[in-house]
Ligand binder design. Structure first.
Ligand SMILES: *Cc1c(COP(=O)(O)O)cnc(C)c1O
Length: 217
């Protein structure tokens, strides 16, 4: 079941779009089934759960942290995390850099933007992101690879499209202003089970899909 869902979704994605299989709350058996179908990138949103699964599962898995990350927990994932999607403050970026420096590992991150019209979503405004970006050269142990965002949870497709388009325009602006010659700044992480097709139409390069692969939580 998982393997069929996964294969179906994968075959529907354009080649340049990376799939993060969001496995939060799911048992390691489910992740192994996806792994045995060829999936190597998994997304988790709890530090403890990601560490436990990292310990138990094959070492060639890329672990993406997609949740809200508390500064006091960065140290637990710093040694192995492949990408932190949710950097939403200068303070968090400073802590990631500090933990990276301790272990001499450059940690890849995305800046999370607030694009939805909902109070509950975390993320930076464009002005706040610019403040972070102005000091980015001080951070030698984290590499900003792109940006991430979540659209409003609504049936209104026009609204969702507009929010994704806004995120993509933030990416383009930041790329041309701060990372013009940096090929590593290339990721637009947007799109989940309910809206990834719209996200891809609007320029997503990385989709985070959970329930359509593993079933509802
Ligand atoms: C849970 C989660 C997803 C996946 O959501 P689905 O609707 O199950 O695909 C994607 N991104 C983030 C940040 C999440 O927390």
């Amino acid at each position: 079941m998982i393997s069929e869902q996964l294969q179906q979704i994968k075959s529907s994605l354009p080649e340049k779009v990376t799939l993060v299989a969001v496995s939060k709350t799911k048992p390691v058996e489910d992740l192994l089934e996806a792994y045995n179908t060829g999936q190597r990138i998994f997304g988790e949103n709890k530090v403890q759960e990601m560490c436990d699964k990292h310990d138990l599962l094959p070492k060639d898995i890329e672990w993406h942290f997609i949740g809200h990350l508390q500064t006091n927990k960065v140290k637990y994932i710093a040694p192995f995390v492949a990408l932190i999607h949710g950097v939403d403050s200068l303070k968090l970026l400073q802590e990631i850099n500090k933990q990276g420096e301790k272990i001499k590992r450059v940690i890849p991150v995305l800046l999370q933007f607030y694009i939805a019209k909902e109070e509950t979503k975390f993320g930076l405004s464009l002005a706040e992101a610019i403040e972070v970006l102005e000091s980015k050269d001080a951070f030698h142990y984290c590499e900003i690879r792109g940006i991430m965002g979540m659209a409003s949870f609504t049936e209104n497709e026009d609204q969702v499209k507009a929010e994704f388009a806004q995120l993509k325009s933030h990416f383009d602006l930041i790329k041309s202003t701060y990372f013009k010659n940096d090929a590593f700044f290339s990721i637009v992480s947007m799109g989940m089970s309910g809206d990834y097709k719209l996200a891809i139409e609007e320029g997503s390069t990385m989709v985070r899909i959970g329930s359509s692969i593993f079933g509802s939580r």
